[in-house]
Design a binder for this molecule. Structure first.
Ligand code: NDP
Length: 275
C-alpha cells in the first residue's frame, strides 16, 4: 500500500502531497469511493459544501475503519458564509454533515469579489484557526490580488490556495505568488482536460517510464511542488493515481510537460464566476 508523504503547512498541519477529489460523487457511490481510496492508502480527502457530498465523504471515512487522526479532511464553503460569523457557521455545518469531530482544512471556495466580503470570511477563518477549531485555513480560486488583500488586512497567510492547474494551464504568476509567500498550491482538475492524457508529449514520457499518462501528469505535479487531488471512483484508478512515489521524471521531462502550457484562456475567471 502506498501512503503519500506530507508537507508541513505554514500553520503547522501536515498535508499529504496527493489526495482524493470527490466531485461529483454522492450517496452510496461517494461513500464507497472514499472508503476504497482510504483502503488503498489515500489520507487526504477533498470535499465542499457545494458538492453536497460531505455526508457521503463522512460515511466513507467511518466505513474505512482508518483512524480519524490519520486522515486529512478538507472542505470549502460558499459565498453566503462570507463573514466572520458565517465562517464559523459554515465550519460547524460542514463538520456536522461530515459527522466528524473536526475538519482539518477549511477553504473559501471562490472569492466572489462582486460581493466583496472575502476578507471578512478569511478573518473568520483566522479566528477558527486560533481557537483550534480547524488545523489549517485557506482559499480556492484566489488570484494574487485577492491573496494580497487578505494578507494586508489580516497579517495572516493562507496555508493553501486550491486552483485549477494542469500541464495545459500552469498558472505561473499565481504559483510564483504562492511560492513567495509559503502558500501551498493545491491543483484541482489535475488530470483534465481528458485530451491531456492522450497528448503525445505525455504519451511519449509514459512509454519511456512504462507508466500511465495519468501517473506521468501526477508525477509532474509532485515534482513541481503542487498537491494534486485527482478524482476517481474506480479503486483501480485510485491505486494507479497514488502509485507515483517510486519513480522520477528527469528535469528535461518536467520542462517538456511544463512547456505544454496554453496560458489562462481555459481557466474560469474568479473575478466573474463563483458560488
Ligand atoms: P480530475 O483531473 O481529477 O479528473 C477526473 C476525471 O479523470 C474523472 O472522469 C476520472 O474518471 C478520470 N480519471 C481519474 N484517474 C484517471 C486515470 N488514472 N486514467 C484515466 N482517467 C482517470 O478532475 P476533477 O474536476 O474531478 O478535479 C479533481 C477534484 O478537484 C474534484 O473532484 C474536486 O474535489 C476538486 N475541484 C475543486 C474545484 C474548486 O473550485 N476548488 C473545482 C473542481 C474540482 P473515473 O472516476 O472514472 O476514474
Amino acid at each position: 500500500m502506498t501512503i503519500a508523504p506530507t508537507t508541513i503547512l505554514t500553520h503547522g498541519a501536515h498535508l499529504p502531497v496527493l489526495g482524493l477529489g470527490t466531485y461529483p460523487l454522492r450517496g452510496a457511490e461517494g461513500a464507497a469511493a472514499v472508503r476504497t481510496a482510504l483502503e488503498v492508502g489515500y489520507r487526504l480527502v477533498d470535499t465542499a459544501e457545494n458538492y453536497r457530498n460531505e455526508d457521503a465523504v463522512g460515511r466513507g471515512i467511518r466505513d474505512s475503519g482508518v483512524p480519524r487522526e490519520e486522515i486529512f479532511v478538507a472542505t470549502k464553503f460558499n459565498r453566503e458564509w462570507h463573514s466572520v460569523d458565517g465562517a464559523r457557521h459554515a465550519a460547524e455545518a460542514s463538520r456536522a454533515r461530515l459527522g466528524l469531530d473536526y475538519i482539518d482544512l477549511l477553504l473559501i471556495h471562490w472569492p466572489n469579489p462582486d460581493q466583496d466580503t472575502y476578507v471578512a470570511a478569511f478573518e473568520g477563518l483566522v479566528k477558527l484557526l486560533d481557537a483550534g477549531v480547524v488545523r489549517a485555513i485557506g482559499t480556492s480560486n484566489f488570484k494574487p490580488t485577492h491573496l494580497q488583500r487578505l494578507i494586508d488586512a489580516t497579517g495572516t497567510v493562507p496555508d493553501v490556495n486550491q486552483i485549477n492547474l494542469n500541464p495545459y494551464a500552469t498558472r505561473d504568476a499565481t504559483v510564483a505568488f504562492h511560492t513567495g509567500h509559503g502558500i501551498v498550491t493545491e491543483a484541482w482538475s489535475p488530470l483534465k482536460p481528458s485530451s491531456l492524457l492522450s497528448d503525445e508529449v505525455i504519451m511519449g514520457i509514459a512509454a519511456a517510464h512504462d507508466r500511465s499518462p495519468a501517473q506521468i501528469v501526477l508525477r509532474w505535479h509532485l515534482q513541481r511542488g503542487f498537491v494534486p487531488i485527482p478524482k476517481s471512483a474506480s479503486p483501480q484508478r485510485q491505486r494507479e493515481n497514488l502509485a507515483v512515489f517510486d519513480f522520477e521524471l528527469t528535469a528535461d521531462e518536467v520542462a517538456a510537460i511544463t512547456g505544454l502550457d496554453r496560458g489562462e484562456a481555459g481557466v474560469t475567471d474568479s473575478d466573474s464566476f463563483g458560488h
